[in-house]
Design a protein around this ligand. Structure first.
Ligand code: THU
Length: 132
């Protein structure tokens, strides 16, 4: 991932964060997802009065990408304000479905930390094996 793309993803994630709907936690998150072919899809967290119905920024971006016909994820960048935030367990599993080898970039106020999804979700569940 070159610096220009990292900067672009960070800018798009911060932009998406501005639309986060988080009246309960007041924790706003934005994500920018890079798919094969170079298209970028964004998402923000969307909370609900029934807290369990909340959707994280990462899964919102993943849904937007899949809805547009994309099924190969290359990288995601997450922006949550001053501090670095890494994706929750549920989002790691969802991202793994479409990008087991993807890069996960986590922005803070002035830096970007890079992880691989494999690092964040080792030994991921990948489905049922026939005959087991
Ligand atoms: N959240 C995200 O959108 N992404 C993360 O990686 C961590 C958590 C959201 C869910 C909820 O709206 C709020 O942050 C607090 O957990």
């Amino acid at each position: 991932m070159d610096q220009k793309m990292t900067d672009m993803l960070a800018a798009r994630a911060r932009q998406a964060r501005a639309n986060a709907y988080a009246p309960y936690s007041h924790f706003q998150v934005g994500a920018a997802l890079l798919c094969d072919g170079g298209e970028i899809f964004t998402g923000c967290n969307m909370e609900n009065a029934s807290f369990g119905a909340t959707i994280c920024a990462e899964r919102a971006a993943a849904a937007a990408a899949v809805c547009a016909g994309k099924r190969r994820f290359e990288a995601i960048c997450i922006a949550a304000g001053d501090e670095t935030v890494v994706p929750c367990g549920l989002c790691r599993q969802v991202l793994c479905e479409f990008g087991p080898d993807m890069l996960v970039l986590c922005c803070s106020k002035d830096a970007v930390k890079a992880y691989t999804l494999r690092e964040l979700l080792p030994d991921a569940f990948s489905g049922f094996t026939p005959g087991m």
